[in-house]
Design a protein around this ligand. Structure first.
Ligand SMILES: Cc1cc2nc3c(=O)[nH]c(=O)nc-3n(C[C@H](O)[C@H](O)[C@H](O)COP(=O)(O)OP(=O)(O)OC[C@H]3O[C@@H](n4cnc5c(N)ncnc54)[C@H](O)[C@@H]3O)c2cc1C
Length: 437
C-alpha cells in the first residue's frame, strides 16, 4: 500500500502551487492529474496571461519560481505594461514538470480519484481509476494519506465525498474554447492594425526585443468604440461568421511564438448557458466551440491583413470554465467581505482584481473595478464536511460574485501556497500533540 502525506487531485493552477510548496518543505506529495501534463487551465485551456494583481500580494513563492523557470525556457516576457504574467502555455508544461521534479512531487498522469474510504469525517484512503494489472482485481491499490486537496476546478473529490456545495442559483459564466493560429505575418498584421485602429483604445502594439507584442479585441457590447466592428458586421453579412461569434473576440501574441496569435474566444453560445458539470452539455460545448473556431479562422484569413497564410495550429484540449461547483467551506466568503476589504486571521491571498463576470448576452458583462484590496481566509479552503479535505482554486467556498474576482491565476497560485503553508504549520502542531485531527 502506498502512503503519502498529501494527495492533490488536479495538477492545475492551484494544485501545482500547493504541491510545489508542500514538496519543498519535505512532505511526501502525490498529484493525481486526469490530463497528460500539468497546468490545467493555464496549459490545457491556453489561458495566458495572468492578470495583474495587488502589489501587496502574499504567498508568491510559486509565482516567482514559475516565472524564473519560464524565463529560462524563453517562455515569459514582461512588456511595458509591467505585467510579469505573459507566458507561453506549451513551455509552461515543461517548466511545471521541472518544478515538481525539483521538489520531489510524484505525479500520476491520466488518472482520477475514483473512490474514497471515509470514516468519522476523515478520508483514510483513496483509489484511482488505474485498475490493477492483476486479472482478478478491479480496484486500484488504496493510497493512504493524511490530507487530500481538491484542485480539480469542478471539485470532483468533494462530489465523491458527498460534500455540501454552495447553491449556484443557476448563475453561470460562459465557457470558452481557446485556440491559436500560426503562420501569421505579425509585422504586416501589426502595421495594418495600428493604421486601422486610429483611436487605439482597444489595441496595443509594440516591439519587445525581437518579438512584436500585440493585442486587440471586439465585443458586441456597446461600451467602446471597437475598431474591428465594421469587419465583424461584414463577416456576418457575408455569412463567414455567425452573429454570436462576435459576442467576444480577443487576440494577443504569445511569448516565444513569433508567427502566432492566441485567441481568448469563442465564448460558446448554446441556448441559455452550457453547464460544464453536465457531460452532455459540456460535450456539445466542445463541438460548437470547434465549429466557431473554424468560422473565426476563416474570418481572420479573409479580413485581417497578415493572416493570408495563417492556419489553426492548436485547439485547447480543455473547455475554459470560469465557474462551476464550489465547496461549502468552514467559511463562505461573500462579495460583501470583498467589497469591505474584511481582514482575516489567516489570509491566503491579498488581491485587488475586480469582479469580472462575463455574459453571453448583450451589455450584461460586469467589470466592477470599484474595489480596493481584499483578503481571503484559509477557512474558505476547508470542507465543512470532511476534516482532512481542502480545496484551492476556482472551486473555493465563495459566492458567485466574489468567485468572479478570486478565480484569476495569481490568486489561485496564492490559494495553493497559502493552504500548503497552513497544512505544514498545522501538521507540526498535530504531530507534536501526537494526534491527527
Ligand atoms: C476562458 C478563460 C479565460 C481566463 N482568462 C484569464 C486571464 O486572462 N488571466 C487570469 O489570470 N485568469 C484567467 N482565467 C481564470 C483562470 O485561468 C482560472 O480560474 C484558473 O486557472 C483555475 O485554476 P484551478 O487550479 O482552479 O483549475 P485548473 O487550472 O483548471 O486545474 C484543474 C486541474 O484538475 C484536473 N482535473 C480535473 N478534474 C480532475 C479529476 N477528477 N481528477 C484529476 N484531475 C482532474 C484538470 O485536468 C486540471 O489540470 C480565465 C479562465 C477562463 C476559463
Amino acid at each position: 500500500m502506498q502512503s503519502y502525506d498529501v494527495v492533490i487531485a488536479g495538477g492545475g493552477t492551484a494544485g501545482c502551487s500547493a504541491a510545489y510548496n508542500l514538496g519543498k518543505s519535505g512532505k511526501k506529495v502525490l498529484i493525481i492529474e486526469k490530463n497528460i501534463h500539468l497546468g490545467g487551465t493555464m496549459t490545457s485551456a491556453f489561458v495566458s496571461p495572468m492578470m495583474n494583481t495587488s502589489k501587496n500580494q502574499i504567498n508568491t513563492d510559486f509565482l516567482e519560481a514559475f516565472i524564473k523557470r519560464m524565463k529560462h525556457y524563453k517562455g515569459q516576457i514582461t512588456y511595458i505594461d509591467g505585467n510579469i504574467g505573459w507566458f507561453n502555455p506549451e513551455l509552461a508544461k515543461i517548466a511545471l514538470d521541472d518544478l515538481m521534479q525539483e521538489t520531489n512531487v510524484d505525479i500520476l498522469f491520466n488518472s482520477k480519484i475514483s473512490n474514497l474510504d471515509i470514516s468519522n469525517k476523515y478520508i483514510e484512503a483513496i483509489y484511482t481509476d488505474n485498475i490493477n494489472n492483476k486479472e482478478d482485481e478491479i480496484l486500484s491499490t488504496p493510497i493512504v494519506t493524511r490530507y487530500v486537496i481538491d484542485t480539480t476546478g469542478n471539485c470532483d473529490v468533494g462530489k465523491i465525498a458527498r460534500c455540501n456545495f454552495l447553491e449556484n442559483n443557476l448563475q453561470q459564466q460562459p465557457t470558452s474554447l481557446r485556440f491559436i493560429m500560426s503562420g501569421i505575418n505579425l509585422e504586416k498584421f501589426s502595421s495594418w492594425l495600428m493604421d486601422f485602429d486610429k483611436d487605439r483604445n482597444v489595441t496595443t502594439c509594440y516591439k519587445s526585443g525581437n518579438e512584436i507584442h500585440l493585442s486587440t479585441a471586439y465585443t458586441w457590447d456597446a461600451s467602446k468604440q471597437w475598431a474591428l466592428k465594421p469587419l465583424f458586421d461584414e463577416g456576418v453579412r457575408d455569412g463567414i461568421i455567425k452573429d454570436e461569434d462576435r459576442n467576444y473576440f480577443q487576440v494577443f501574441t504569445i511569448p516565444g511564438m513569433t508567427d502566432a496569435i492566441g485567441f481568448n474566444c469563442p465564448r460558446i453560445y448554446f441556448r441559455d448557458e452550457i453547464n460544464p458539470l453536465d457531460a452532455e452539455s459540456a460535450s456539445k460545448a466542445l463541438i460548437l466551440g470547434r465549429q466557431a473556431i473554424f468560422r473565426l479562422s476563416k474570418f481572420c484569413i479573409k479580413y485581417l491583413k497578415g493572416f493570408e497564410k495563417a492556419y489553426i495550429s492548436n485547439i485547447a484540449d480543455m473547455l475554459g470554465v470560469r465557474v462551476s461547483r464550489r465547496i461549502k467551506g468552514k467559511y463562505v466568503y461573500t462579495v460583501d467581505d470583498l467589497k469591505n476589504g474584511k481582514k482575516f486571521k489567516n489570509p491566503v491571498l491579498i488581491s485587488n482584481y475586480p469582479i469580472d463576470v462575463h455574459s453571453n448576452k448583450n451589455n450584461k458583462s460586469i467589470l466592477d473595478t470599484n474595489i480596493g484590496e481584499y483578503q481571503l481566509p484559509v477557512e474558505s479552503l476547508m470542507s465543512c464536511d470532511i476534516d482532512n479535505l481542502f480545496v484551492a482554486g476556482r472551486c473555493l467556498s465563495a459566492d458567485f460574485y466574489s468567485q468572479a474576482a478570486l478565480r484569476i491565476i495569481p490568486s489561485c497560485f496564492s490559494m495553493g501556497e497559502g493552504l500548503a503553508k497552513y497544512i505544514i504549520k498545522k501538521d507540526v502542531e498535530l504531530i507534536s500533540n501526537k494526534k491527527l485531527f
